[in-house]
Design a protein around this ligand. Sequence first.
Ligand SMILES: [Zn+2]
Ligand SMILES: [Zn+2]
Ligand SMILES: [Zn+2]
Ligand SMILES: [Zn+2]
Length: 321
Amino acid sequence: MAKFTLDDADDDPPVATARDKRKRDDGPADAEDEPPRARGSAVAGREPAAPGAEAEAAGRRGPAEEMANGEVEGGLSVQIDPDVLDCSICFESLRPPLYQCQNGHVACFSCWSKLSNKCHICSRDAKFARNIALEKIVESIKSSCSYAKWGCCKFINYAQRDAHEEACLFAPSVCPISNCGYRGFTGRWSGHFLTSHSSDVMRFIYGQPFEVNIEVSVPFLVFLGEDDHLFLLQNNNLTPFGHAFSVVCLRSGNLNWMFSYQIEATSRKKPENRLQLKASVTNTRQWTGIYPSEAFLLVPFDFCHSSNIVLNISIERYAVV
Ligand SMILES: [Zn+2]
Ligand SMILES: [Zn+2]
Ligand SMILES: [Zn+2]
Ligand SMILES: [Zn+2]
């Protein structure tokens, strides 16, 4: 069994120490920073971290720590230039099947299928063949996530690293305000909203109900919790029935807390008609105009008052045990 260090960043390798645990609880030191592409640690021949909730993974000691402490038996530590693990044509991570010309020039399956038997490097008519040895090496390498520094303890097959990081809850979230493009982390949003969108955010205290008056054409409202968690009240027009309201939390990392919410709507014309929803908050890393899928409150158009709907909302926070 061999251990590798992917030398793709100037940072120290991420080690899940008690200090990192504190950092995870508090959030990253500076959300303005692009999270550094951490020097990934990789082990050949190990199974990936057991599947399960990110919070669970964050709470236990990860393989990166095991390696940092030298607890992996029979390992061989080497450094590897991550560029050699990328296709030299499309620069994507190499994943089987892999092909090489008679001179050993490697192409991924996608690029090979477009080469028409002409090598991209030696430019000759080529007889491509599978490179089984390289496939085995690529398959055996396990890498830590680039967002290990922010708390992700997942240990991923190198070929699946890009896909994992695309969906990793510890990667930064993009600000939901259109055309902003700011990338932020959980617990570090208030500075950005106070300086850039102070009129677009409403602060609240967990467990204390607050009233919102939403214009029916507005797709979402932004709420900021006292701990800087960012919530969106989604408003989906479900013609011909009414508006579906739900709350999502835009978050990256810091999954030590979970949230539930309550929405109440009262008809202006018939105040005895009241609707209420109690549900758990859905976590999402990006807001992409998603429709509520888990739970929502459908408020009939009849509840609107001059194109506005008044809602009473409360959001509760509870610790993950
Ligand atoms: Zn390629
Ligand atoms: Zn060639
Ligand atoms: Zn990750
Ligand atoms: Zn923004």
